[in-house]
Design a protein around this ligand. Structure first.
Ligand SMILES: *Cc1c(COP(=O)(O)O)cnc(C)c1O
Length: 233
């Protein structure tokens, strides 16, 4: 399948999931998870998406890009500036990489400790800017995943919100790695209830394998890699 066809298929899945959930068309944004893809592949995807959006008026949405690793962000972002993509960091952020991340990222979705939030806030103050952030919540409890425990998410999010330079836009999670779709969906429902308690807008959840369940539970951003780019090498 070509990139165009894979992208169209993902767009169609999102549209079908929106319709099935009784949500307006275009209420879910697509974030391309670009880990391991080089700048040329990302460029091709952005251009294919722009071309497709131009012909399907009404559902057109600028696509977001998400990088897991700051090294990849720093390597690719300078090659994509002409396309002015909105870049989010969706993976772990070590304090020695904060400056590099802030060069390119408009949002850090993976804030899961107060220490990281405070470091980001201090750095933003030093360079006189603000930063959108999301609190990453580990709804599955899987130890391989980042994120704060659901029972601690509200407290962390409130502390983040109190920081001057950070703007808490929502919450993010990686769904359970399980064939049990009810379990996966319950995790997304848990994130939705966290967001409702906080009164935040963005719910970043759902990937190639589980975006339908995420949209059903209110995702506003789905993060898709393999379904668009093909299997990672
Ligand atoms: C890789 C990744 C995705 C996308 O996963 P796919 O299965 O390739 O769609 C989404 N979110 C995060 C945090 C990721 O690391």
């Amino acid at each position: 399948m070509t990139l165009d066809a894979r992208l169209a298929r993902v767009r169609a899945r999102i549209a079908a999931a929106e319709a099935a959930a009784g949500r307006p068309a275009g209420s879910v944004r697509l974030l391309l998870a670009t880990k391991t893809q080089d700048a040329a592949a990302v460029r091709a995807a952005l251009q294919a998406d722009a071309a497709a959006s131009a012909t399907t008026a009404g559902t057109a949405h600028r696509v977001l890009l998400g990088e897991n690793r700051v090294q990849e962000l720093v390597a690719k972002a300078p090659e994509l500036t002409d396309l002015a993509p909105e870049l989010h960091l969706i993976g772990p952020l070590q304090s020695n990489k904060i400056n590099a991340a802030l060069r390119w990222a408009t949002c850090v979705q993976s804030v899961d400790t107060l220490e990281l939030a405070e470091r980001l806030d201090r750095r933003c103050a030093a360079i006189d800017r603000t930063l959108d952030v999301m609190v990453q919540v580990n709804v599955s409890g899987e130890s391989t995943k980042g994120g704060v425990a659901p029972e601690d998410a509200i407290e962390l999010a409130r502390a983040v919100r109190a920081l001057d330079r950070l703007r808490l836009t929502g919450v993010m999670t990686i769904g359970a790695n399980s064939p049990d779709s009810a379990l996966v969906r319950a995790g997304f429902a848990r994130l939705r209830s966290v967001a409702a308690e906080l009164g935040t807008v963005e719910l970043s959840m759902g990937m190639s394998r589980d975006l339908e369940a995420a949209v059903a539970e209110g995702a506003t951003i789905v993060r898709v890699g393999t379904a668009v780019f093909g299997a990672r090498a």
